[in-house]
Ligand binder design. Structure first.
Ligand SMILES: [Zn+2]
Length: 372
């Protein structure tokens, strides 16, 4: 079988018209250079590379100089495959194409893997955040109730102080979409945290630290802001988003709520990002303003929590941004404006019973000169 093609002798880049004949021991190439016809013979074993691109076949032979031929004819390739079945040079071409193909698949697989990792690292928590924002309030409230019940099982609740705190909360003028329920638990830990749907846990340890009810107002104002703005629900769903993803993947939708409830204890040490904390501080301050209480209560609370205590006891501070920064921001928000404030006998009465004191001792209203 003879085919028309081009012969390159490796010394010049000029292709010479050639007739290529397939023979059992190799290729016979009759080419024409400067109107002189010559012949070379390629042994099959010396052909070391083949490339097939559409109709064009390229073969290379020898080392120095490396000769080559190109044939534009689909039939040539089929003839080669038939005539030299199993020959090394045919395999190498086939393999290199296979390798090219495989590396393409590898690149694609790696890209997909990258996308998957990105989705898991950023997408899932972001999705959980969205879910938390659109969660119907009715279900949030139910979920909060379950979380609250579950959490309180790990504590001893002080009934008298709990009643006093709830009395204090009901006396406060707030602007919340949630009915609020709070518990005071017996623990030296200086901590307080919000639970989605309108629930709050305050530790005895933090109440013991405070001296004025305006500090308590600032504390609950901060926690109420976490509830009202769904910070706690968002942080909880974010931190548990992988468990929830697993529940959804395994088709156990009801498991999502179960996962949240099972991990209720996570609420105790949830960390919100800095901007959410400052938002809660700002709104806590607004609560003082709204109730015509001394705004310095918010600053005093911060200072009290920051100084003179073993830092490992201060869970509230450790999960929150730098206290110095928060005090600075609060002072900026308070500004130089004289904010009128007055005594609030209703709040003071509940505060006194929360501190386990009798009202007769006199009230603890924070006076301007007591602040630093
Ligand atoms: Zn907070």
């Amino acid at each position: 079988m003879t085919f028309e093609g081009k012969y390159y002798n490796g010394r010049s880049s000029k292709g010479m018209p050639a007739q290529i004949t397939l023979r059992p021991d190799g290729l016979r190439i009759d080419y024409c250079a400067d109107e002189v016809t010559d012949t070379v013979h390629w042994e099959t074993a010396g052909i070391h590379q083949s490339e097939f691109n559409d109709a064009t076949t390229l073969l290379r032979y020898g080392k120095f100089p490396q000769q080559s031929i190109s044939v534009v004819d689909k039939g040539f390739r089929e003839a080669l495959l038939q005539c030299y079945r199993g020959a090394a040079f045919l395999k190498s071409g086939y393999n290199s194409m296979l390798r090219l193909w495989a590396s393409g698949i590898a690149v694609m697989a790696l890209s997909l893997l990258g996308l998957l990792v990105a989705f898991i690292v950023w997408g899932v928590p972001a999705l959980a955040d969205r879910v938390a924002l659109y969660f119907p309030q009715q279900y949030e409230r139910q979920l909060g109730q379950q979380l609250y019940t579950q959490l309180l099982q790990g504590y001893q609740v002080d009934d008298a102080k709990t009643a006093a705190l709830n009395g204090y909360l009901s006396e406060l003028d707030t602007d919340l979409d949630y009915p609020i329920k709070a518990a005071v638990v017996k623990s030296d830990e200086v901590n307080a945290f919000a639970i989605p749907g309108g629930y709050m846990v305050v530790y005895e340890g933090i109440i013991d630290k405070m001296e004025h009810h305006e500090e308590l107002a600032a504390l609950v104002g901060h926690e109420l802001a976490h509830i009202q703005n769904r910070h706690s629900l968002r942080a909880l769903t974010r931190s548990l988003s992988y468990y929830m993803l697993a529940s959804v993947l395994f088709g156990d939708i009801s498991g999502v709520a179960a996962v949240l409830v099972d991990n209720a204890s996570a609420l105790r040490n949830l960390e919100y990002n800095r901007s959410l904390e400052l938002e809660a501080d700002r709104e806590g301050l607004e609560l003082l303003r709204r109730n015509e209480l001394n705004l310095q209560g918010a600053v005093l609370l911060m200072e009290r929590l920051d100084f003179g205590s073993e830092s490992d006891m201060l869970a509230f501070v450790s999960t929150h941004p730098n206290t110095g920064d928060r005090i600075k921001v609060l002072n900026e928000l308070i500004g130089d404006r004289k904010q009128p404030y007055k005594k609030n006998p209703g709040l003071e009465r509940h505060w006194e019973s929360l501190k386990g004191r009798n009202k007769t001792k006199g009230s603890d209203t924070l006076e301007q000169n007591q602040t630093r």
